[in-house]
Design a protein around this ligand. Structure first.
Ligand SMILES: Nc1ncnc2c1ncn2[C@@H]1O[C@H](COP(=O)(O)OP(=O)(O)OP(=O)(O)O)[C@@H](O)[C@H]1O
Ligand SMILES: [Mg+2]
Length: 300
């Protein structure tokens, strides 16, 4: 699903060295080929291993597909078009960085990487041009976006969801990684209320220059808006907003009066279907959220 993104106030950063591929064969760079393209040449070809069956979701430069591997197992394939990414000015380091984060960090509440492949041919159901970097993940069948549950006011206990998300984020943070794209579209929840955090496309390493200057505006932390380096607090801010959404059923970001985002109006979004479905929970969190709901155009 396309999301609202905006350039953060962060200054353009120097590009660091391209990440090392952890492929079985070393990628040698040929003249005229980008380093990422050279990495791609060392990967197995998607078509030899996976049959594409349907589209599951799409973003700015990627499409997520449902496929079946040779054993018949369902897999999710996030196909990132290098050409589309280049057109959008996406840093190649960021694209490969998504793979590296998934390789590095495993946790029951983080999307599980199965393999990384390449496609040099057009992909069924995908308009963008090849080549594609294909991230093969465990397919989360019977799971739906957290946003859908909030919209339908069909969430289970919020505390259980928050604990799983906090645990997943703590795992990332322990590896000095900040997710930077925590919001209800990047979280899937299954019938047993098991939560999975997806989409490491905006993830950054602590103490390293940022590879991405486009962030999901409504969830951007005040520190990011002020151009400060990314930090774990960026995820904490987004999680806090998400908690208010879960507890109140309302989109909160447009109520915070973000005077720190000069020239960038935080778009409003109506996610509530039932009136205040969760406010009957008289927990401290619900009370804080209730107060937040009363905020009108004040500075944060
Ligand atoms: N492993 C998975 N199993 C089931 N559905 C998935 C899986 N991974 C992604 N999806 C679906 O595809 C959608 C898009 O995935 P994701 O958020 O990773 O990509 P994106 O937002 O298009 O990426 P980007 O912002 O990096 O361009 C998700 O919101 C989810 O609905
Ligand atoms: Mg996403």
């Amino acid at each position: 699903m396309a999301r609202r993104v905006a350039r953060s106030a962060s200054p353009q950063v120097e590009r660091g060295p391209a990440p090392k591929a952890r492929t079985s064969r070393p990628a040698t760079q040929s003249p005229g080929r980008s380093r990422l393209e050279s990495h791609l040449r060392s990967l197995s070809k998607l078509q030899a291993h996976v049959r594409v069956e349907a589209e599951i979701g799409s973003g700015n430069c990627s499409v997520v597909l449902l496929g079946k591997d040779r054993s018949g197992q369902e897999v999710a394939v996030k196909a990132i078009s290098l050409k589309a990414a280049k057109t959008l000015g996406t840093d190649e380091q960021r694209i490969w960085g998504e793979v590296q984060v998934m390789r590095e960090v495993q946790h029951p509440n983080l999307a599980h990487l199965l393999d990384v492949m390449a496609s040099w041919e057009p992909l069924p159901l995908v308009k963008a041009e090849p080549p594609f970097l294909c991230i093969i993940m465990e397919y989360l069948a019977h799971a739906e976006a957290l946003s859908k549950r909030i919209r339908e006011a069909s969430l289970g206990p919020v505390e259980r969801i928050v604990l799983q998300l906090a645990s997943a984020l703590a795992r990332l943070h322990r590896s000095d990684i900040v997710h930077r794209d925590v919001w209800a579209e990047n979280i899937l929840i299954d019938r047993q209320d098991k939560v999975t955090l997806l989409d490491f496309g905006c993830a950054e390493r602590l103490q390293k220059p940022a590879t991405n200057n486009k962030l999901n505006l409504p969830y951007m932390s005040p520190e990011s808006a002020a151009g400060r380096p990314h930090d774990v607090g960026d995820d904490a801010w987004a999680l806090g907003l998400l908690i208010t959404e879960m507890v109140t059923g309302r989109f909160m970001a447009d109520r915070l009066g973000r005077v720190d985002m000069s020239g960038a109006e935080v778009p409003s979004r109506n996610i509530l279907v039932a009136p205040n479905p969760f406010l009957h929970l008289h927990t401290p969190v619900a009370l804080i959220c209730h107060k937040l709901l009363q905020l009108r155009r004040q500075s944060v």
